[in-house]
Write a protein that binds this ligand. Structure first.
Ligand code: FAD
Ligand code: NAD
Length: 395
């Protein structure tokens, strides 16, 4: 009989780890595996706040896909997926069409705009190598522009919308970067303003309040101004309008207000919640026993009935079960149930500072910053072994 075809969409945390596991577990000629990704590199999304602020090189946040997979076992196709057609078991790419017997969807998230007027047009997002290169250059350019028009303080005003983990990690880096830029451009640092604006009654809603307070103090001391319980209502070419009616004039708006699933999932006719698919306990779409969904495109419910936050951590755990289940399906053996085992959360606050919960322990400051580095290095080790740790690791 014909060799089954597995197609993996997206080489993010979910897709790349699935591919790496499949190439280990499948026997010769047991399946044809194709991995499709927009770029010929995998990006380490969890590092992107650094190159976005300019505190690290974008090169350190990406890895060539062909360095991670074995081309004798996996076909890599560099292309953009434009449509998923589950009825025909096909995916349409920008160049060509692929047929599959089994599909893995790991296309990641998209910025959630909540229909806020002007957000799409005037705000930037931290979501890919290209987007963070743009943000980095944009920020630097504002300093150059201010030198020509010193009355334009909006050039030196930076608004970050949303104080979730992405917003908090980014303002930590930005606050570290500002003094360097001020030195480079001969600008008085007191002219620069960084606002982190959060709609909820607290920054990092749902996280440990003591650690949230610690984080806010560290960031305030670095020059970040928080506006909590204050929603952004509109973005304009001049800046942002808050729910209070207040206007902040700013030439730089970075939106970190949350993510939703990839728009193609809705378009394919699947049932979605904020663009994400609630998968069954084997990680497949109910009613589609040959389609797996991972990472930011998927929803997994906790035993308390709440969706787990979309993270790299859960994506990678899902990928292992997904690879196992694909092999089991092909061999007609038993599928494994996915159970998320949260290991903790550690978030950086810029140079030498972080907060986190590891197991049931709260950590902060230098200890947490070291832990964050260990977690980052561990990921490089999982996907690329020691050579990748030495090449891309930050010690
Ligand atoms: P992604 O990693 O987003 O990958 C999606 C892939 O699909 C990409 O390679 C993309 O190029 C590709 N793609 C997208 N559209 C197409 C298309 N149409 N055609 C072809 N290819 C396409 N989580 C943690 O657990 N710990 C952290 O410390 C952490 N830090 C973070 C820091 C930042 C700044 C950000 C933004 C997020 C962070 N997260 C963290 C969250 C984590 O990065 C995401 O949950 C994770 O990346 C989701 O993985 P994924 O596999 O679903 O998708
Ligand atoms: P998020 O959804 O966690 O946070 C978005 C924040 O924006 C929320 O606090 C929300 O209240 C706020 N917001 C929404 N609308 C707003 C408005 N109109 N005005 C002002 N504020 C508004 O999104 P995120 O921070 O991008 O995180 C996405 C996922 O990635 C999460 O699951 C997170 O846990 C994960 N992540 C983890 C880490 C880490 O572990 N170190 C780092 C970054 C992201």
């Amino acid at each position: 009989s014909r060799i089954p075809r597995i197609v993996i969409l997206g080489a993010g945390y979910g897709g790349i780890v699935t591919a790496i596991r499949l190439q280990k577990e499948l026997n010769y000629n047991e399946a044809d595996v194709t991995l499709v990704n927009k770029h010929d590199y995998h990006y380490i999304t969890t590092h992107l706040h650094m190159p976005a602020a300019g505190t690290d090189n974008p090169e350190n946040a990406r890895v060539s896909i062909l360095k991670l997979i074995d081309e004798f076992k996996i076909d890599f196709v560099k292309s953009t997926v434009v449509q998923i057609r589950p009825q025909e078991k096909k995916v349409i790419l920008e160049e060509g069409t692929l047929s599959y017997d089994y599909l893995v969807i790991g296309l990641g998230g998209e910025p959630e705009t909540f229909g806020i007027p002007g957000l799409k047009e005037y705000a930037m997002n931290i979501r890919s190598i290209n987007s963070v290169r743009f943000i980095r250059e944009h920020i630097e350019y504002q300093f150059a522009k201010f030198k020509r028009e010193p009355s334009r303080t909006d050039y030196l005003t930076f608004v970050v919308g949303g104080a979730g983990f992405t917003g908090i990690e980014f303002v930590g880096e930005l606050a570290d970067r500002i003094p360097e830029l001020c030195k480079e451009f001969d600008i008085d640092p007191s002219l620069v303003n960084i606002y982190n604006i959060e709609a909820a009654p607290t920054a990092l809603p749902g996280f440990d309040p003591e650690l949230v307070e610690y984080a806010m103090n560290v960031l305030k001391n670095k020059g970040v101004t928080f506006k909590i319980a204050t929603a952004i209502k509109e973005c304009t070419p001049e800046g942002v309008v808050l729910a209070t009616g207040e206007e902040i004039k700013s030439a730089t708006i970075i939106w970190t207000g949350g993510i939703r699933g990839n728009h193609m999932l809705e378009e394919a006719g699947f049932e979605t919640m904020r663009g994400r698919i609630k998968v069954d306990d084997t990680l497949r779409i109910p009613g589609h026993e040959n389609i797996y969904v991972l990472g930011d495109c998927s929803i997994v419910m906790s035993p308390e009935g709440r969706p787990y936050p979309p993270t790299a951590q859960i994506s990678m755990q899902q990928a292992e079960v997904c690879a196992h289940n694909l092999v089991a399906q092909i061999r007609n053996s038993e599928l494994q149930k996915f159970e998320y085992k949260p290991k903790g959360t550690v978030a950086s606050l810029g140079r030498g500072e972080a907060i986190g919960i590891v197991g049931s322990r709260k950590i902060k400051g230098g200890v947490a910053a070291v832990m964050k580095k260990v977690i980052d290095l561990r990921y490089l080790y999982i996907i690329g072994g020691i050579p990748l740790v030495l090449k891309k690791g930050r010690f």
